[in-house]
Write a protein that binds this ligand. Structure first.
Ligand code: ZN
Length: 276
């Protein structure tokens, strides 16, 4: 049987405002995954609230993906620190997700409350974070749940968490002659960290592209692998080079502080036989 999945429609916030004559006070952005931020281009003039690292990550995504992200509408919040959007008090709570800086939200008007989980998961390196959310906000009036991998059964999952995947990667890398290639999302920072850890254990070094390097840098977390670390190398392809060189690159920070200007160019992998 063939299952057809319809392409999801983007939300048109302005249309909602007009048709319901309602006021949209603001948009809470849990994290910088595309299925969360893509509709922001239809949210002209509506304030958007997200974490500071998520904002920095969006600044990197914008020039690389050419997606229209209205950065000027964004206000950043701090983890765990309440803020008001009258009549609501909102608490952003950090949760474990593949991308850095993901949040659940507790929203209350003093009488009733909503708990939105963000993309819930319990198989990451920081799975305890999600349990903390449920411990803290025990009985919300409404619980909104989203999930990373919601399945009925875990039977077909090869590796149940990052730790078991890391172990398998170490074995693969040791068995592989020559270059080991890994395909994963640059935004999956947990996974990039797994690749790095596995590479070290297998006696290898890693090479990442500029987009990945910039996403890692945007976290401003020096515990996350980045190209200033001796065993993390940058590969700059021509597409990425042109994005940075373009005068209309919307991310000024990218032009100024980019890894391009701080680290050695590795144009062709053939020049680094030590790693291959
Ligand atoms: Zn997500």
């Amino acid at each position: 049987m063939r299952i057809r999945i319809k392409k999801p429609k983007l939300i048109d916030f302005n249309k909602i405002r007009k048709s319901n004559k309602s006021t949209i006070l603001g948009i809470l952005l849990s994290h910088a995954h595309q299925d969360h931020f893509l509709s922001l281009k239809n949210a002209e003039g509506i304030p958007v609230f997200t974490g500071k690292p998520s904002y920095e990550i969006l600044k990197v995504i914008k020039p690389f993906s050419k997606v229209d992200i209205p950065l000027e509408n964004i206000t950043t919040f701090m983890d765990g620190k309440e803020f008001n959007l009258e009549p609501f008090t909102i608490t952003p709570i950090p949760v474990d997700h593949s991308i850095y800086d993901a949040h659940a939200f507790h929203i209350t008007d003093g009488s009733n409350s909503v708990l939105y989980t963000g993309d819930i998961r319990f198989h990451g390196r920081k799975k305890r974070m999600m349990e903390t959310v449920f411990d803290k906000f025990i009985a919300p009036d409404v619980l909104l749940v989203e999930g990373t991998n919601l399945r009925e059964s875990a039977d077909k999952i090869l590796y149940s968490d990052e730790a078991s995947l890391e172990g398998a990667m170490v074995e693969f890398m040791k068995e592989t002659k020559g270059l080991s290639l890994v395909a994963c999302s640059s935004l999956n920072i947990d996974r990039v960290a797994t690749v790095y850890k596995a590479a070290l254990k297998a006696g290898r070094e890693i090479i990442i592209d500029l987009y990945t390097a910039e996403i890692l840098r945007a976290t401003w977390n020096d515990k996350i692998p980045n190209t200033s670390w001796p065993k993390v190398h940058l590969y700059l392809n021509d597409t990425h080079r042109n994005i940075v060189k373009k005068q209309d690159c919307p991310n000024r920070n990218l032009k100024k502080n980019s890894a391009v200007f701080r680290y050695i160019f590795i144009r062709k992998l053939i020049f680094i036989p030590k790693i291959i």
